[in-house]
Design a protein around this ligand. Structure first.
Ligand SMILES: *[C@@H]1O[C@H](CO)[C@@H](O)[C@H](O)[C@H]1NC(C)=O
Length: 614
């Protein structure tokens, strides 16, 4: 009898995984992800309890002790071991503290490009208990001034080649009361102190941990600027806890301590800095991305992991084919924004590489990871997740969440597109933007499901299918409505680049007087040495796009402007509209009878005066 019960039980246990598998083929990956997430939670709690805090810097120092001679940063012709990185940053920390009188809690703005000094500066500031404000090194004048004043920086560290940009903002007549420190070049400009000699003379001995004794998990570690589509950049507060979370993402994605990471993304952004640099593995650092050098670099340095963002994979796929392109050790790509078709093409060309899509905003309190590797998905929903989030109905025309009769938001049914919002709470905080309550408040959505609750508004429209895979649909602002239809800009752009003469396309909506919504417009870049083929373009859009989605206007640019993370700029273009008096570039108009014809002042007036109805 007992034996019978025992056998039945055992058989039941054996069948259980099978049953689970049939119900959910991803059960093992789900479980393994859940276990990793729980482990991360425990680790974070443990680090937080340690007094003083065990920070990412401490983890770096442990690595210095464990393997001092392992290479940490490889840049151009130089290679630096963990010990050398430690010593360089000790010297810099001493020079900075002596000359800018820095103390724990001060903020220092870094204005430099991807180079080893960037890494030393961050480590140096962490050693002093200071917060680094990571300025976008491409910004200039008013934006630059705004960025270092909004985080109340006490000093500004200027790197090689950036002095000129900095000096421009002096013309704005603002009197700066901060220390200006040039760390990589001699300069005799009044008011700027060159630290080159002082860094060389400083001692490379370790700094006392007492300097950062009061740092805790909630202390800001860095400020990272996020660019809005309009207005000045905002400084997202990244506290120590967030830095830890981001580094854990590497282990969730399957990065090991012996991996070699190829890092070309700007260090002033969260992808490059938090998910790349802070992971603490060997890094091949590059100033910027180069599609033609990518695989050679990977081969030369035995790269095993790389990061990508936005259009990178497409750039790689559009390089000329080579015989040795499957000859490399790359096994993992981590990033965000690869399109399904590019994903498939990429694997087919360059061999099997695990692609791990991750989703999360720099300042957001929610993220997803596609740990299963499902082509096209940006993540997978975790069934046992404790984070309350929802996809809610969103009106793209009014640009606001749809509310029911009681004033609450409406969750969309599974499989439908909605705006991702995540409840702000103790476990899922939203630190907001430095000294900018207005922008912080804009990202908070109140009274979502009950009176008084607060959610973080991600600004992203997502879809979650019945298996729990999360798909990116659009960023608010990346769709426009025309003739009562939603037009997805990326979709139109993808069709445009299929036309032979078009290399790149940036699609956006422009306002037309007397019309509701926005009509489509594209800024395109032509292939080298090729003229615009109006007929082919017209045939293509007519064949593949519904009439409301066809770009009514096209402007031809010598290059399509992108942000530091290769996102296309749209805001300014949309504002410039389609006025030939404003736009000096070649401008075309889609005449329904004739195809794309040159835009004239006459056509412009006819449209704005309503003589031509679009
Ligand atoms: C790359 O790996 C090969 C074989 O494992 C090794 O011989 C070579 O020295 C490595 N190159 C570098 C730069 O580490």
């Amino acid at each position: 009898m007992y034996a019978y019960i025992l056998y039945t039980l055992l058989a039941g246990l054996a069948i259980l995984p099978l049953l689970l598998y049939i119900r959910n083929p991803y059960v093992l990956q789900d479980l393994s992800y859940a276990v990793t997430a729980v482990q991360i939670g425990f680790r974070l709690a443990k680090y937080g309890r340690r007094k003083p805090l065990y920070s990412v810097l401490d983890s770096f120092l442990d690595k210095v002790a464990r393997h001092p001679h392992k290479p940490f940063i490889i840049f151009e012709k130089s290679s630096y071991t963990y010990r050398e990185a430690d010593q360089e940053s000790n010297r810099l920390a001493r020079a900075l503290s002596t000359h800018a009188k820095l103390k724990e809690g001060d903020t220092v703005a870094l204005f430099l490009g991807n180079e080893p000094l960037y890494v030393w500066s961050w480590l140096a500031l962490a050693k002093l208990g200071c917060t680094a404000a990571l300025l976008n090194c491409n910004i200039r004048s008013k934006s630059l001034l705004h960025c270092f004043s909004c985080c109340e920086a006490k000093a500004l560290v200027v790197g090689a080649g950036k002095l000129a940009k900095y000096l421009e903002c002096r013309n704005f007549g603002v009197k700066l009361t901060l220390f200006l420190l040039a760390i990589s070049e001699e300069c005799d400009t009044e008011g700027i102190e060159s630290l080159c000699d002082k860094i060389q003379q400083a001692s490379d001995q370790p700094l006392s941990p007492h300097l950062r004794a009061n740092t805790n998990l909630k202390s800001p570690a860095v400020y990272i600027y996020t660019s809005g589509t309009t207005g000045l950049p905002k400084a997202a507060v990244i506290n120590q806890e967030r830095v830890w979370m981001a580094t854990f993402l590497q282990s969730v994605a399957g990065v090991r301590s012996d991996d070699i990471l190829y890092l070309y993304l700007p260090l002033y952004h969260s992808a490059g800095f938090l998910m790349g640099l802070c992971g603490g593995i060997t890094i091949i650092l590059r100033r910027k991305f180069s599609a033609s050098n990518f695989w050679d670099d990977c081969r030369k340095h035995n790269v095993t992991v790389f990061q990508y963002i936005g259009e990178i994979m497409r750039y790689l796929c559009s390089t000329p084919k080579k015989d040795n392109e499957r000859d490399h050790k790359v096994r993992l790509g981590i990033g965000n924004g690869i399109r399904s078709d590019t994903w498939a093409e990429f694997l087919q060309r360059f061999g099997y590489i695990r692609i791990c899509e991750c989703y999360g905003a720099t300042e957001g309190n929610i993220g997803f990871v596609n740990y299963v590797g499902k082509v096209g998905a940006i993540g997978k929903e975790v069934r046992w997740s404790l984070i309350p989030y929802a996809l809610i109905r969103y009106d793209t025309e009014k640009e606001e969440a749809v509310r029911d009769s009681r004033g609450f938001c409406i969750q969309v049914p599974r499989g439908e597109t909605g705006l991702l919002v995540a409840k702000i709470g103790v476990r899922t905080p939203f630190a907001g933007y430095a000294k900018n309550n207005q922008q912080t408040e804009k990202k908070r959505l109140r009274d979502v499901f009950v009176k008084g609750d607060i959610y973080f508004n991600s600004g992203d429209l997502l879809k979650i299918d019945h298996e729990g895979f999360v798909y990116f649909q659009d960023r608010i602002g990346d769709t426009f409505r025309w003739k009562g239809e939603n037009v997805a800009t990326t979709e139109v752009a993808d069709h445009l680049i299929m036309v032979d003469c078009i290399e790149e396309a940036n699609v956006y909506g422009v306002k037309v007087p007397g019309h509701e919504g926005r009509t489509g417009m594209a800024a395109i870049k032509l292939k080298e040495g090729v003229d615009f083929d109006g007929q082919a373009t017209y045939q293509h859009v007519k064949n593949y796009l519904p009439s409301y989605a066809r770009p009514r206007f096209i402007r031809i640019q010598s290059s399509v402007e992108v942000t530091g993370t290769f996102k296309q700029m749209k805001g300014r273009l949309a504002e410039e509209g389609f006025d030939p008096a404003v736009i000096t570039e070649r401008l075309l108009y889609l005449d329904d009878a004739k195809g794309y014809i040159p835009m004239t002042q006459e056509i412009f007036s006819a449209i704005t005066e309503g003589r031509i109805r679009l």
